[in-house]
Design a protein around this ligand. Sequence first.
Ligand SMILES: Nc1ncnc2c1ncn2[C@@H]1O[C@H](COP(=O)(O)OP(=O)(O)OP(=O)(O)O)[C@@H](O)[C@H]1O
Length: 341
Amino acid sequence: MAPTACFNCKEARAVIIRPKNRHKLCRACFIKIFETEVHETIIGTNLFFPGERVAIGASGGKDSTVLAAVLKTLNERYDYGLDLCLLSIDEGIRGYRDDSLETVKRNAVQYDMPLDILGYSELYGWTMDQVVEQVGKKGNCTYCGVFRRQALDRGAARLGIRHVVTGHNADDVAETVMMNLLRGDLPRLSRGTSIVTGSDASDIKRSKPLKYAYEKEIVLYAHHRQLDYFTTECIYSPEAFRGSARTLIKDLEKIRPSSILDIVKSGEDMAALVPVEAQTIKHCERCNYISSQRICKACTLLDGLNRNRPKTAIEVGVGMEDEESSSTLMRQMERAQLSAT
Ligand SMILES: Nc1ncnc2c1ncn2[C@@H]1O[C@H](COP(=O)(O)OP(=O)(O)OP(=O)(O)O)[C@@H](O)[C@H]1O
């Protein structure tokens, strides 16, 4: 059978069927189209300004590695004038994060970007290995997610950088939309859907330039550009609810490839219906980090850990009465504040 010509250039041999729309493309056209779509997202949302310093949340995985590679390419091609660096959080997971950080260190050399690494143990006095030892594998993702979010902000602040980009892709956003829809949590759905998060209350902006990129296309891009990335899954169990949402979306994608972007679009439309008051953000009374509650989730979780009481109900914002753990936590958060300034 004669080789199929590329749908785009009509000349080279097609080697890829694009998951997004089933177009048959050659390698060069796929790479160019993928990059152009990310560029259009960046331009269409005014994501950056010339001269901006931007930290790329780098885990060594496919998404953040592709993000770093694409941003470097686009920054040079379109002259964005960005000052890019890599920022990695070491959660303290032996046999997983220590290995993936080796990949990030190589990426720093490959992309000629400075790399800064900040650890949970330094910030919170706990590694994830220690957290799991105390709370068990079930539910540990909650701790890790809450701590990482704050750690990225604090890492950026330490570098004097006010914009952190992450490798969250369209599949991740679609999962978040589904999960929050099923929870009936529209304010959270709204925050998770937005390309930029952060608010006037926080001076660190966070964004997801790969928000409209399919996970499968990210893998294809990494493969065809022969990027150096880490493929091992976290050794601790993934969040069960997100896993179910993921399976549901993957099943929908098989029947209807546009499902992922359709869910993202529906999420954006629903987010527009959320009243502004519901998104009001305050500061944690203890560590000053942005929080919708009096005490932020990280402080609440740390309080529970420090009191050897792992099953903390973070959703209801448990207060902290214990004097001793309060002062331990204060010391930890003060240390974090100091290193963040
Ligand atoms: N340890 C970390 N240090 C810095 N950034 C991180 C870290 N872990 C996650 N991130 C950021 O958050 C994004 C989403 O991470 P998550 O673990 O949910 O997804 P992922 O699909 O595994 O991402 P990746 O393929 O980049 O590892 C990553 O793309 C990255 O930008």
